[in-house]
Design a protein around this ligand. Structure first.
Ligand SMILES: [Zn+2]
Length: 130
């Protein structure tokens, strides 16, 4: 269920709120220390499953990077013209939380690089996934 802005403010850290609700970006290298074991990354705001660990790759950017979402319907992509650059913003399809951006310079098989903010994601190992 979608939380109200007031509920989200209580639920999220200041940084997670700024990133997911205001389209912010965390500092590179600050939130990319997730386990390598099989698991699923969920939206920090609404808990929707977004990415699987087996599509995560080492991009060297300091942000968690994936070559595809768990399902095409899990995220929404829209053109972002902030900062006079055209980028493709990625949001949670379930709650509209800002997650990061997608760039067309990723590895096979998709060639896409979903460059995410770690604070927007909650990692759950497979055995705990619901
Ligand atoms: Zn969400």
């Amino acid at each position: 269920m979608k939380r109200t802005p007031a509920q989200l403010k209580l639920h999220l850290s200041d940084l997670a709120y700024k990133v997911t609700q205001k389209g912010g970006t965390e500092r590179a290298g600050s939130h990319d220390d997730f386990p390598k074991e099989a698991g699923v990354f969920h939206c920090v705001c609404c808990n929707a499953p977004l990415f699987q660990n087996d599509s995560k790759f080492e991009s060297g950017t300091g942000w968690p990077s994936f070559f595809q979402p768990i399902a095409l319907s899990a995220v929404r992509e829209k053109t972002d013209r902030k900062l006079w650059m055209t980028r493709t913003e990625v949001t949670c399809a379930a709650c509209d939380a800002h997650l990061g951006h997608v760039f067309p310079d990723g590895p096979p098989p998709t060639g896409q690089r979903y460059c995410m903010n770690g604070v927007a994601l909650v990692y759950k190992p497979d055995e705990e996934a619901s």
